[in-house]
Design a protein around this ligand. Structure first.
Ligand SMILES: NC(=O)c1ccc[n+]([C@@H]2O[C@H](COP(=O)([O-])OP(=O)(O)OC[C@H]3O[C@@H](n4cnc5c(N)ncnc54)[C@H](O)[C@@H]3O)[C@@H](O)[C@H]2O)c1
Length: 338
């Protein structure tokens, strides 16, 4: 395949780029290098003969048109991805997560013969009651500016698929964790702070339930999806979930134990406004294609804690002024009041 990966310098994208190159595919990585990017994630493949990096924006119409024309498959991971930041600065989420997807759709529509595969999230369904799982056809009910942007992108995809008879595959994943995730996200934030013996700011009662997938299992799922992309016009949605659902507090406690810290590091702080209580995906469609997760959450968390403990050089640069300013804005008052 000749794959255009967008957002390849981020967390998930970088794992997928490495896997695609290892399988012999040709990869162009288009990434705007926002604060969330870490080009070091791809240091081991930077000079690979079948890899090319393009520094650019998925909203750049001529650039995207040219790059899409060279590809047979477009894999869109470029996005603003942090719910907390979407409360602080929603505009950039609409721009990248919605306008960026429309830019890709326009390029795919005019090029034809290019398969678009878009990464979405379980958050488009909003909070689900206990016992319920969202199937692929479940109605959207997003509650944050982030999830609303992701849902809006999906509506644009649906409109293009309908209007122009495009085949588009949409993967919706549960929460992903593992090496190389930006340190402001829940699991890396708590790991890096637990390793430093710093307080862990847990929102509200910590009983918000999330479904977790280790990044290697996510990559395996993406490979299964790519191996059988439907070519019939329409939106082909597929859920990537493990069924491993845990309250945030339980994840925080496990991290404390694994990082050699004390659970007293966990500090309950004021909740995030509109914080969804529970996400859960029905991933039967993917499992019917032979995929099952290989890494249970306890094992995955142990691998992840070990990686952050042993690879400080990979993530410490992300602790610069921009991160400190964000952390202060997001948690400064909360920790002070906690
Ligand atoms: N991480 C998760 O738990 C999770 C769960 C479900 C879905 N997703 C989705 O998976 C995708 C990847 O998530 P991630 O966690 O790897 O994200 P990330 O924040 O780690 O990386 C995003 C990447 O996109 C790039 N980017 C941002 N704006 C861009 C633009 N305008 N043009 C080009 N590049 C741009 C950034 O520089 C960065 O390299 C996103 O679509 C996200 O919504 C993530």
């Amino acid at each position: 395949m000749r794959v255009l990966v967008t957002g390849g310098c981020g967390f998930i994208g970088s794992h997928v780029v490495r896997a695609l190159l290892a399988e012999g595919h040709t990869v162009t990585n288009l990434d705007a290098l926002t604060y969330a990017a870490n080009p070091a994630n791809l240091a081991t493949v930077a000079s690979h003969a079948h890899y090319r990096f393009v520094h650019g924006d998925i909203c750049d119409v001529p650039l995207v048109r040219d790059l899409v024309a060279e590809a047979d498959t477009v894999l869109n991971f470029a996005a603003e991805t942090h719910v907390d930041r979407s409360l602080l600065d929603p505009g950039v989420f609409v721009r990248t997560d919605v306008e960026g997807v429309v830019t890709l759709l326009e390029a795919v529509r005019t090029t034809r013969d290019v398969m678009l595969v878009h990464m979405s999230t379980d958050e488009v369904f909003g909070s689900l009651p206990a016992g319920m799982e969202a199937a692929e056809e479940a109605p959207f009910a997003p509650t944050s500016p982030y999830s609303a942007s992701k849902a809006a992108a999906e509506l644009q995809i649906r409109a293009y698929a309908e209007t122009y008879h495009l085949p588009v595959t949409v993967m919706r994943s549960c929460n992903v964790y593992g090496p190389n995730q930006h340190i402001e996200k829940f699991i890396p934030l708590f790991i890096t702070r637990a390793l430093a013996g710093a307080p862990l700011p847990l929102y509200g009662d910590g009983l918000q339930e999330r479904e977790w997938i280790y990044v290697d299992d996510l990559v395996a799922a993406v490979r299964v999806v790519l191996a059988g992309l439907p070519r019939a016009p329409g939106v082909h949605a597929i859920h990537i979930g493990t069924g491993e659902r845990l309250p945030n507090r339980a994840v925080a406690e496990t991290i404390c134990r694994l990082a050699g810290g004390n659970e007293s590091l966990i500090q309950r702080v004021g909740d995030r406004p509109g914080h969804d209580r529970r996400y859960a995906l029905d991933s039967g469609r993917l499992r019917a294609r032979g995929w099952t997760p290989a890494v249970a959450i306890k094992e995955g968390l142990a691998l992840t804690v070990r990686w952050y403990a042993e690879n400080a050089a990979a993530w410490e640069p992300a602790q610069g002024a921009e991160f400190r300013e964000y952390f202060q804005r997001q948690y400064g008052e909360r920790l002070g009041a906690g």
